[in-house]
Design a binder for this molecule. Sequence first.
Ligand code: ZN
Length: 446
Amino acid sequence: MRLWIKDPLAILADDAERGIVVDGSLIAELVPAGREPALPVDAVFDAGEHVVIPGLINTHHHFYQTLTRALPAALDKELFPWLQALYPVWARLDEEALRSAVRVAMAELMLSGCTTTTDHHYVFPAGLENAIDIEVEVAKQLGMRAVLTRGSMNLSVRDGGLPPDSVVQDEDTILEDSQRLIEAHHERGAGAMVQIALAPCSPFSVTRSLMGRTAELAARFDVRLHTHLAETQDENAFCVEKFGCRPLDYLEDCGWLNDRVWLAHGIHFDEAEIGRLAAAGISVSHCACSNQALASGMCPVHGMERAGVAVGLGWDGSASADSSNLMQEVRAAFLLQRLQYGVTAVSHRDALRWATAGSAACIGRPDLGRIAAGFQADLALFKLDELRFAGHGNPLAALVLCGAHRADQVMIAGRWTVEQGSIPGLDIAELARSHQAISRRMTGAA
Ligand SMILES: [Zn+2]
C-alpha cells in the first residue's frame, strides 16, 4: 500500500516539501516542491497541520523505575545514596509490576514521538527470570521497535559493590540467560523490530570477569554492548580506589573499547579519553534530564561530536528523570548544551539530530533516524495547535523552543501506532490507575 503523507506544514528532510510516500514499512519516495509522487498512491494523509520528523530514538531507559517515581526515600539524593535508597524497593519487583511498567513507559514514549526505544533492565529478583521475555511481549503488543538490553549485576555489598545481595545474580546464570535471550528474540538486519543487546550495569555493580565474558559473548553473537559509564565523580573515585584506574581504562581492560559499545551518560571524560572513544567507534547516550535531576554533571556533547563521537539521547530511568518523554529530552539537551557552548554552536536542528540520526548510530541501526528513501517508515507528527505554540514562526524550531511534548500521529514500520494523540486499543486512564495501585503495593506507600 502506498500512502502519501501530503503537504506537511514542515518536515525535517530535504526536498520533501510536498511530503513523502510510505510503501509498506519503508519510506519509498520524497516529493519535492511542485511535484507529485512518481507512482500512483492508494491513500493520502493530509499533513497540512503537522510538523513531520523522524521518529525519536531513545537510547537509555529503565522502564521498571516508573514504579518508583518521586519516591520520598530517594528525593534530594545524589546517585550512590539514591541507588541505595531504591535497591531494596526494586528487589520487590514482580511480573505484574514489570509488565505494567513496560506498558506505561512505552506508551509514554510513543505518545512523545518516540518510535524506537531501548531498555536497560538489570533487576532480576527470584521469580522474575523472564523479565526480558515480558518486555518483548509488550513491545510486540504495542507495535514499538525495541532494543532490549539484558542488564546484569553480580557485585554486591558483600564483595565491595554498591547493591545489596538481594538484587544480584551469579555470573553463569547471567551469561546463560543472555545467550538464551539472543537466540530466542534477536532479529537481524534492516527493519528488525526486536533486538537484544547485553548490558552489565556499571563498574560498581558488576565484576571485571562478567564485563569481559559479556563482551566475548556479544562478539560471538554479534550483538551490541551497553553500560553506564562516567556518570558521576563518585564512580571515578570508586574505580580509582578499587581498580587503580579511571573508568575508561577499566573499560579497555575489560575488552570493551570497540564499536559495538554505546555508553550511557559519558559525563566525566577528559579530552584524551574522548579521543579514545572516537578512535574506538564508541557512541554515547546523553541523558540531560536525569543528569540535571541527580546533579551528576553535563555530557560534553558538542566536544564529543567535534572529536568524532556519535551522540544520541536517552531518557534514563523514570526514577531519576521521573517521566518518559523523549521530546522533552530533546528540549532539555538543547538548553543544557546551548548554555555550555553558546547559541551559535547548538541549534534546534542539532538537538533533533541527536535524538534521531545520533541515536540510530548508538544502537547500530543505519536503517533508522532519517526521512529518506529506503529508510524505515518511523515518523512522529506534531500539531502546533496548543497554546504554547500560538504565535510561532519556524515550525521546526517551535517544536523544540516552545516545548512540544505530545505527538498527534506516530508511525512505526509504516503502521500508525498513535492516532490523534491516542494509542488505539489502550485505555490510558485505566493503565495509569492500575499502575499507581501496583506502585503503592510495591513501595509500601499509604
Ligand atoms: Zn541509567
